[in-house]
Design a protein around this ligand. Sequence first.
Ligand code: 13P
Ligand code: SF4
Length: 329
Amino acid sequence: MPERHVRIVAVTDVEIARTIPAEEWAALEPMINAIEQLKVERDAVVLAHNYITPAIYHGVADLTGDSLGLARAAAETDAEVVVFAGVHFMAESAKIICPDKTVLIPDPTAGCSLAASITGADIRRLRKRYPGVPVVSYVNTSVEVKAETDICCTSSNAVAVVESLGADRVIFVPDKYLGHYVASQTDTEIIFWEGACEVHERFSGEELREYRRSVPGVPIIAHPECPPDVLDEADYVGSTAGMIGWVKGNRPERVVMVTECSMSDNVAVEVPDVELVRPCNLCPHMKKITLEKVRNSLLCLEHEVLVDPEIAARARQAVDRMLSVSGTG
Ligand code: 13P
Ligand code: SF4
């Protein structure tokens, strides 16, 4: 077991006042330090998605990132236990990649409207309808769907993955909006599925034009799960990590971030010179993951993510094919 040290977090360690008031942060300190102690005792790491609450993101996460970055981090960690502070399909992906590790999710009911929109049986039906057409699944899917899939993709590599197949047309599931975005970037014909993210589908082009009218010249950056009229207004389209990289690289005076709004709170701490204009839609599933549940997860080693080994092995092939596509990430 690798040697781990308890990280003592003090109020003054992190400049997070922009997001969490000092008194609130001080009140969280005992819980954060209890989690740090448990991480050492359990040989555990906490991987957290960019949409997780600021207390987890800044308080206890060992690694933060988008779906692709966290999948890679899960593959690389030497810890025995991975606590996944994100939604269920993300923790399941970690378990597919690391079958020998204990993967825990603090709340197993943290789902995703995209993952819930399609089943393995749906993919089998699509294959019958479009014989020989390869299937690309967004990672926001269950292990059963991944197992029926030729190759997975994330929001940061969807275009490269589709093009890597060299096919005239592909079946792209389940996000119709990400599918539309990919179709706009490639000559490959895309066969869509009618899934959507319940958070990103609420943004509208009109809402963004209103921002442009009230803050002339403000750049707009958006996640590709947004509808096409939103992406038409965007100066940059990318994954959550891509959007963070864009803000850090370009340092605009202000920027409209069109995605789940905890991410703006998390990034605000790291770019104090940038004003983040945040149309606020929250992911109710991500918000189920609390600091207290992370603590309980480590304390009781609950809730372990388990996958059928045969299904997981087939799903892993689709994930591994994605990870080996050059130029992704
Ligand atoms: P990213 O891979 O861009 O982090 O997106 C995951 C997600 O669920 C966005 O809603
Ligand atoms: Fe799923 Fe949308 Fe939540 Fe991302 S933001 S986890 S796509 S429901």
